[in-house]
Design a protein. Structure first.
Length: 823
């Protein structure tokens, strides 16, 4: 894709202009941050042309638009990715080099926009990249949090959270759009009114309101001139310190409005797979959903007269239950604003909304207390009541006399609003995110719903974008792939990676592949030395577990195994042991105490093991601070082993597993989530699979769990590491520091079964799988072939494939590819 703005001399001139205009400086005087801004504005200039052209084209073609609603968008840095998708990365890198500037260092000046927690938010970001790259009309809809995911510091082994003030230097790529501001109302009461035709009206009174102001971010498609929009909403007071209120002496009301606006978008809740039930969180949900829907309906009405055909031109995908209030809000707009009757409004809503389920974990299911919900959203609550009333009527008609069905499926029950039920009842599609997960939904968690409405249920296995996680994160391997395949087409068609299979038995290809891995490992080793002060050997096995810290993900199993290996080496110094570097990266939710204890344990084990000269550096343990998209990209590139060891049935899909695979790291994992499909693609001989199956786990759970004491009593090695949690080995003699972790493995407490994540139960199988990893790695050729085949077989896991499936099976978007002409 040729763009004259990226001609070297033109681009350099533009950067110098920007430096002058933005900072009143000469190029020689600016800081790296200022230069990053100047370069970003120059790139934005080029993007804006395409952005305008794309929106014009959409106006003309009038395609159906998908609104992807998500509380989280974990975008990662924009500059490098935008350059890659504009196919201008090399050009700009060289232009900057001529100015004596290193693009990679500039990229490090960009704060990582961390408007998400983990997998769910990153999925939304990958989907936006794929939608634009495939040329579909799409909006991402979300919140412009002033503070994104906290920054993690490790102090004395403990996680310390510090605020992520990502907007402190402004954001070059965003565009404030005050002309599209919308009012969003909370609380008050509903007055019923009849007009002179006898028609009923619902009037909200005594409410508080805020002004939702959108900020648009360009989503650049790969090499196709398409630029879509991520629209995230900021909150402002309706009128700054309303003069009116002052006149009436209503100073308090003005201050309250100011505070509501300030609070609502202040911070992202740092919970992952966990529901906390905070009132402000529900405000956030309604705030962005209402604003996004008002804008979407207004956009439709601008060019269409018949509101009843709304669903032909827009569809809403709800990313988990967080935006589910959209169902009732759309009804409200259709009933109260557009004046439709219930039946008409319901028909439209049912054809417009679709729902993605992300988890079966009980603690993650959103259930809002009715008193809170109805107080905050009085009109929306009335509508939910009516949806529920009609749905229950339908259940009773279908299953006469079976009140158990009502109990299981009602939306309002036990004083709660069950958001998943609302989403399923109103949605035209309900999808899981990996085959196993969807099967569990259909046969266990949502069985009653599946029996009543099987046609809604479908699977869409997650994916990741190869543009960011190979091209940008691992340029050496990306170039190698292009050379071997003789084409760059894998960038938009990852299935072509299978063309690499023919090198599976080629010793030259092995060598090249492993040399690239080695270089990436050297890079990561240098980062670790700089940030952790730990020397690691790039010839050791880089065994990596990076993801949110959660008990079900079982970082505890990993570190207990490290403790076990350490015991082995100490006890049998004569034994041949291949050196290993265990790398962790994980944020724990600020209020998740046990998760934080696990972080501390990992760091304590690191302290002991890394400083024990007697083991000759055979084991190193590294905890990488502040795991986020930017460092994730090259951690994947440097990994030998991908740890995906969740308790089977608990990880809906995982996407980290796919990023590792793409970068040539075999999976060490359980048969959980998308691991099942990864193994299917790469072959079980090219992965290390262990542990209970999801059926076995579910079976135990339905029969009261298992007895961890059986394992403890019968397995000496397990007993030893478990005891080391409370004998002071890793706590300077303190026997209480890890007592809670010890108890969690052996004692049933507060309704939680002892070892509810089956860590001890799976320990032996895990240790044996790890032994097989070591044996495989010793055989250099076998390992190279395995690693190469992982890259070669990853084609299915592109988010391009996932998006094509959403487009064809759910959204039915017009298959027209928008071909934008830039004048
Ligand atoms: C991919 C990704 C995740 C999700 O990882 P899982 O292993 O699937 O839980 C979380 N955080 C970041 C920064 C990611 O890039």
């Amino acid at each position: 894709m040729y763009n004259p703005r990226f001609e070297k001399e033109t681009f350099k001139k533009e950067v110098k202009q920007n430096v002058k205009h933005l900072f009143r400086k000469e190029i020689e005087e600016v800081s790296e941050q200022e230069l990053y801004q100047a370069v970003s504005y120059a790139v934005k200039e080029a993007i804006i042309d395409n952005w305008i052209a794309t929106q014009k084209q959409y106006e003309k073609d009038d395609p159906k638009i998908v609104y992807y609603m998500s509380m989280e968008f974990l975008m990662g840095r924009a500059l490098g990715n935008n350059l890659i998708n504009m196919t201008a990365y090399t050009e700009v890198k060289e232009a900057l080099e001529e100015m004596g500037v290193n693009l990679n260092l500039l990229e490090d000046e960009e704060p990582d926009p961390a408007l998400g927690n983990g997998g769910l938010g990153r999925l939304a970001a990958c989907f936006l990249d794929s939608l634009a790259s495939l040329g579909y009309a799409a909006y991402g809809c979300g919140i412009r949090y002033r503070y994104g995911m906290f920054k993690q510091k490790i102090e004395n082994g403990y996680q310390v959270e510090t605020p992520d003030n990502w907007l402190v230097n402004g954001n070059p790529f965003e565009l404030r759009r005050p002309e599209y501001a919308k009012e969003v109302r909370f609380g008050g009461n509903i007055r019923v009114e009849y007009d002179d035709k006898g028609k009923i009206h619902f009037v909200q009174e005594n409410y508080e309101s805020v002004k939702a102001v959108p900020y648009d971010y360009p989503i650049v498609g790969y090499n196709n001139n398409v630029v879509n929009t991520l629209r995230i909403w900021d909150a402002e007071p309706i009128v700054d310190f309303q003069l009116e209120s002052f006149d009436r002496g209503d100073y308090h009301k003005a201050v309250e409005q100011q505070n509501l606006a300030k609070n609502i978008v202040e911070v992202l809740y740092p919970n992952d797979n966990h529901y906390a039930g905070k009132e402000l969180r529900l405000k956030q949900q309604y705030f962005f959903v209402s604003a996004s829907l008002q804008a979407a309906v207004a956009k439709y009405k601008k060019n269409h007269d018949d509101i009843k055909k709304l669903y032909e031109k827009m569809t809403i995908q709800m990313n988990d239950t967080h935006p589910t209030v959209a169902v009732a809000e759309l009804m409200r707009i259709l009933l109260d604003v557009e004046g439709l009757g219930w039946e008409e409004a319901w028909e439209i809503t049912k054809k417009t909304c679709a729902y993605t389920n992300h988890t079966i974990m009980a603690e993650a299911l959103e259930k809002w207390p009715i008193d809170l919900f109805s107080r905050l959203l009085p009109r929306v609550y009335q509508i939910v009541q009516e949806i529920d009333r009609r749905f229950i009527e339908h259940i009773r008609k279908t299953y006469p006399g079976d009140e158990n069905k009502v109990k299981k499926m009602a939306i309002l029950r036990d004083g709660q609003v069950k958001m998943a039920h609302l989403a399923i009842v109103a949605g035209y599609s309900v999808n899981g995110v990996a085959r196993l997960h969807t099967e569990i939904l259909k046969n266990q968690e949502l069985k009653e719903f599946y029996q009543l409405m099987p046609e809604k249920f479908n699977n869409k296995t997650n994916g990741i974008t190869q543009r960011r996680f190979l091209m940008h994160g691992n340029p050496r391997l990306a170039d190698w792939v292009t050379e071997k395949l003789g084409t760059k087409d894998w960038i938009t068609d990852l299935s072509l990676m299978s063309g690499l299979k023919k090198y599976a038995d080629d010793p030259d290809a092995w060598k090249e592949f492993m040399e690239i891995k080695y270089k990436n490992k050297e890079f990561l080793a240098a980062y670790i030395l700089k940030h952790n002060g730990i020397e690691v050997d790039p010839r050791s096995i880089f065994d990596v577990q990076v993801k949110r810290l959660h008990e079900y993900k079982r970082q505890l199993l990993n570190i207990l195994h490290v403790m076990y290996l350490y015991n082995q080496i100490k006890e049998h110094p004569e034994k041949n042991f291949f050196p290993r570097t265990f790398i962790f990266g994980a944020k724990a939710s600020a209020g998740y105490i046990r998760a934080k204890e696990i972080i501390k344990l990992i760091n304590s084990v690191a302290d002991v093991v890394n400083n024990d000269r007697s083991i000759n550096g055979k084991i190193k343990v590294v905890f990488i601070e502040d795991y986020r998209v930017s460092n994730a990209e090259w951690i994947f590139a440097a990994a030998d082993v991908s740890e995906q060891i969740s308790t089977a049935s608990k990880e809906a899909s995982g996407t980290g597993n796919m990023k590792f695979m793409l970068n040539g790291a075999p999976t060490l994992g359980t048969m959980d989530g998308a691991n099942v499909e990864i193994v299917e693609e790469v072959g079980i001989e090219n992965a290390f699979i262990f542990g209970l199956s999801s059926d076995e786990v579910i079976n135990y759970e339905q029969n009261g769990g298992y007895n961890p004491w059986d394992v403890y009593n019968n397995d000496e090695d397990v007993r030893r590491v478990v005891n080391q949690l409370v004998d002071g080995t890793y706590a300077n003699g303190n026997t209480e520091m890890y007592r809670d972790l010890y108890d969690s493995l052996l004692t049933t407490k507060g309704g939680n079964r002892a070892d509810m994540y089956f860590i001890l139960k799976d320990f032996r199988a895990y240790a044996e799988a790890q032994q097989k990893v070591e044996e495989a790695y010793r055989d250099k050729e076998r390992w190279a072939k395995m690693a190469l085949l992982n890259t070669a077989c990853c084609g299915k896991f592109s988010s391009d494939r996932t998006i094509r499936e959403y487009v064809e099976d759910i959204w039915k978007l017009d298959p027209v590819k928008i071909d934008v002409k830039v004048e």
